[in-house]
Design a protein around this ligand. Structure first.
Ligand SMILES: Nc1ncnc2c1ncn2[C@@H]1O[C@H](COP(=O)(O)OP(=O)(O)OP(=O)(O)O)[C@@H](O)[C@H]1O
Ligand SMILES: [Mg+2]
Length: 385
């Protein structure tokens, strides 16, 4: 028979156990919530490199359900390989030391740096490892931008010096050539030689013009301008070439507020460079599609051609100064066209990107901040940079 005292004791123990149970549940939920609140991807691996736990960010970024990742080996789930050679897990298990920022991996459009930490239990026995992936996509983009602008600055100085050195002799070569051709008798039979020299000088003059444009410090005053007009005027200038090459232009202007602060001359130059490149890429006619639309506070312009496209290996290089594949062209490319475009768009606080597939065509996407009209005297509308 259970006495009254015993019953009270039992009841108290039960209450305490319930309380403890609730506390354990709460601690577990708190732990899981903390784990899930971390935006870095984290998974816990056992000794066989199998995933025993992961946070929400991990399964979401891997775009796979939690259950399908549970128990999978890390190198299969993450690197899609069936051997651990690419996975730093074994090194951590052998050395029992953490490895930070060991490698970068790409998942979709995002880049991650990975770190692995050995995972010990309360008795300091090694149980596996904690794998942490930190998203460094923005940091990478910024690094690339800085690298690009450093490179631009160094090459810009060099380009200005070269252009200057070439320009001076070019001036007197042109003058003396003129005097020479004037002093030759009309019956002189080798005039085609002079023509060839003139053509060479024209090429050099074009090169120095490009070099100077590339390296010239920004002096244009930026004013609110109509981007659709800039596009139309650029198409008008290139009308003759477009006709000669039988290239059709389809315009689809969707952005209704199309005013940006900028320089008409510079932005026309961007358009002309894109048009010339598209024409070079379409030897047997084709189509240029120009589409505009507004995205958030930006004017977006897509410029797509149906030309030969750009091989994947060349894509990261096309904005680099002097990168050209037109060495055998009649008018040899200098490889400065897109560098100039990049600089101009950068000076307009915009962005230019390219996407292309060899054999299918190329699309450049430019986005520029929209100009918001301010009330007040006209002078305030002029934006100086
Ligand atoms: N629309 C396009 N289609 C295919 N390839 C392109 C296109 N635009 C650019 N490219 C590639 O990018 C390279 C660099 O272009 P960029 O305009 O900078 O130089 P370029 O045209 O070679 O010479 P230039 O200085 O005379 O413009 C080109 O040589 C070409 O290989
Ligand atoms: Mg070009």
């Amino acid at each position: 028979m259970i006495k009254h005292n015993d019953r009270t004791k039992h009841a108290n123990i039960e209450v305490n156990l319930n309380k403890l149970y609730e506390q354990v549940l709460k601690a577990k939920a708190d732990w899981q919530n903390t784990f899930d609140s971390i935006s870095d991807m984290i998974c816990i691996l056992d000794k066989d490199a199998r995933i025993t736990r992961m946070n929400r960010s991990f399964s979401a970024r891997m775009k796979k359900p939690y259950e399908s990742l549970l128990g999978a080996r890390c190198y299969e789930a993450i690197h899609s390989t069936c051997s651990p050679s690419t996975c730093p897990f074994s090194a951590v298990m052998e050395t029992k030391q953490s490895i930070r920022n060991v490698m970068e991996i790409q998942l979709g459009d995002a880049v991650f740096t990975t770190s692995l930490f050995p995972f010990f239990d309360a008795e300091s026995k090694l149980h596996g490892a904690v794998y942490v992936f930190r998203d460094i996509t923005d940091q990478k983009a910024l690094e690339n931008k800085l690298l690009q602008s450093d490179k631009m600055a160094a090459i810009g100085t060099l380009a200005a010096e070269i252009a200057h050195e070439i320009n001076n002799p070019l001036d007197y070569i042109t003058n003396y050539l003129y005097l020479l051709s004037e002093s030759l008798p009309p019956e002189f039979g080798k005039r085609e030689y002079l023509k060839k020299i003139e053509a060479g000088i024209d090429n050099l003059a074009a090169l120095t013009r490009d070099l100077l444009e590339f390296s010239r410090p920004q002096i244009d005053i930026f004013v609110p301008l109509d981007m659709h007009r800039v596009i139309d005027e650029s198409l008008e200038f290139s009308g003759k070439y477009l006709q000669e090459k039988q290239v059709k232009v389809i315009r689809d202007f969707g952005c209704r507020s199309h005013r940006v602060a900028g320089s008409v001359r510079m932005l026309q130059q961007v358009l002309l460079n894109l048009i010339l490149n598209a024409l070079d890429a379409m030897t047997n006619g084709g189509t240029i599609n120009i589409t505009t639309f507004c995205r958030k506070s930006h004017f977006v312009l897509e410029f797509a051609d149906t030309g030969i496209g750009i091989p994947e290996a060349n894509l990261p290089r096309i904005f680099e100064p002097f990168f050209t594949t037109k060495k055998n062209f009649e008018k040899r490319g200098t490889g400065l066209g897109l560098t100039i475009c990049y600089n101009i768009i950068y000076q307009h606080k915009g962005e230019i990107h390219v996407s292309s597939r060899a054999g299918e065509g190329t699309k450049f996407t430019i986005s520029l901040p929209l100009h918001h009209e301010e009330k007040g005297p006209v002078k305030q509308h002029i934006v100086e940079y």
